[in-house]
Design a protein around this ligand. Structure first.
Ligand SMILES: Cc1ncc(COP(=O)(O)O)c(C=O)c1O
Length: 454
């Protein structure tokens, strides 16, 4: 248990913020290393002669920001994700790629809610029941049990048109896209504008020549897509990243009529809150849509577990490519996910998280409406992020930095665009407990009031 040195200036007030600042700096500077257990709130409160609530508030703030982890039965620890990534100086870009970004993203889930017990039960089930041979090299396209479970799940929840043979197990949407592009060969790929700028290096490295197509309030502009001459398009129809727009029924129909290959990134589709479920495009045109999804938003990105649903012999070709490239995904986790799906654990977890995220989203939207009505909130029907259009004069990079500091991980949208647009930020609400939304938004308002560039 760490013995902490936390100097306080009682005359200044704001004791919880002072404690949080001191601990944050200690973690950033490496004085407190990952895994260090912090004193119980009662003990630290007694040491500092403050009320316990003050320490609880400081800890909660740092958990929301990702500096601390609260683990049931093991108290509060310094997060392994927080310190090192923040401390390392960014490496100089080499070649065409930007330095990779690890750690929290605005779209990351609240990992404090990872279903540790149930996942452990699934892993234990696998390790106690799997025959010895199950641990050998397996079908590089995925173990049959998981492909079967995923096919059933995707039919039921995403209205996909799929059987076990059409599913390939991959290490997330990112790897799924790499593999699909690999088997398509050099391709002119249309990509939404704006889009996730992190995906662009991946697409280019996989051999795609990227052309950008604007997105409006109905989703991708299909007429503009047709004018590019591209034979394939990558898009996020259920919840466009970053704008949060849902592809309208008219655009869906236009897209199907367009006739090219559609790579459907279904990255957060299960986390929908207000609108009726929108089935995936793959269910409408299974011969021309390749669907990719993963458990990165529903469970944890670090699991690196996802799927590709591909038409005809393409699923087999992707599996063969996987076999040649790296022999497939870890089998224990694949069997565990199959068990988690089969036993209803995945559905239960999703139901619980939907309720919780909805509360957090509502609290954020209410707080923004009350304290920052000049900000326009968009794209909140699903997923883990909101798209905030900023008032003229706000610097989006500054707004993103300040929001992130306040426990609302955010990114400016300018790097995601090819065409100019109004200043906006993507803000993740998954990690901010509902009761912290109003204080965070109020603090953001104060900080931004001194930053506007008129
Ligand atoms: C739009 C979008 N697609 C795909 C991904 C990557 O997902 P995965 O972890 O499944 O590779 C992300 C991750 O943040 C994302 O935001």
């Amino acid at each position: 248990m760490a013995d902490l040195h936390v100097p306080l200036d009682r005359a200044k007030g704001g004791l919880a913020a002072q404690i949080a600042t001191e601990l944050r700096e200690s973690i950033r500077s490496g004085r407190l290393v990952a895994g260090t257990r912090l004193p119980a709130t009662r003990d630290l409160a007694a040491d500092l002669a403050v009320s316990r609530g003050v320490v609880v508030e400081a800890y909660e703030q740092l958990v929301a920001e990702g500096f601390l982890l609260s683990v049931t039965g093991r108290g509060t620890q310094v997060s392994p994700l927080g310190a090192p990534a923040r401390r390392s100086a960014p490496a100089a870009p080499t070649g065409p790629s930007q330095p990779p970004h690890y750690g929290h993203r605005p779209t990351s889930p609240d990992l404090g809610h990872f279903p540790r017990e149930r996942w452990l039960a699934s892993i234990r089930h696998v390790l106690t029941t799997a025959p010895v041979d199950a641990l050998d090299y397996s079908d590089p396209g995925g173990v049959p049990e998981l492909r079967r479970e995923l096919a059933g799940y995707l039919r039921r929840v995403r209205a996909a048109d799929v059987t076990e043979a059409g599913v390939v197990v991959v290490g997330g949407v990112a790897q799924g896209l790499s593999l699909v592009l690999h088997v398509l060969g050099p391709t002119t790929l249309a990509v939404e504008d704006p889009t996730s700028q992190r995906q662009l290096p991946l697409l280019r490295r996989a051999g795609a020549r990227v052309v950008r197509v604007p997105v409006d309030d109905e989703g991708i502009d299909v007429e503009a897509l047709a004018r590019t001459g591209a034979k394939a398009v990558l898009l996020t129809p259920a919840h466009q990243y970053p704008t949060g727009v849902v592809l309208s029924p008219a655009r869906r129909a236009q897209l199907i009529a367009w006739g090219g290959m559609v790579l459907e990134d279904d990255y957060d589709a299960e986390l929908r809150f207000d609108r009726d479920p929108v089935g995936c495009l793959q269910g409408l045109a299974p011969d021309r849509v390749v669907l990719s999804g993963s458990v990165s938003k529903s469970m944890a990105p670090g699991l690196r577990l996802g799927w590709v649903v591909a038409p005809g012999s393409m699923a087999e070709t992707i599996g063969l490519a996987r076999g040649e490239l790296d022999l497939g995904s870890p089998v224990i986790e694949q069997y565990a996910l199959a068990h988690f799906l089969r036993s209803g654990g995945y559905d239960r977890h999703l139901r619980k998280m939907r309720r919780e995220y909805r509360k957090r989203r509502d609290a954020l939207v209410t707080a923004l409406g009350e304290h920052l009505p000049e900000v326009t909130v968009k794209g909140i029907e699903a997923g883990l992020h909101a798209y905030l259009e900023l008032p003229p004069g706000w610097d989006e990079a500054v707004a993103a930095e300040e929001a992130t500091r306040l426990g609302l991980p955010a990114e400016g949208v300018a790097p995601m665009r090819e065409r100019p647009g109004p200043p906006a930020v993507v803000v993740g609400f998954a990690r901010l407990p509902a009761h912290r939304a109003a204080p965070a938004v109020r603090a953001l308002k104060v900080r931004m009031s001194g930053q506007t560039i008129d």
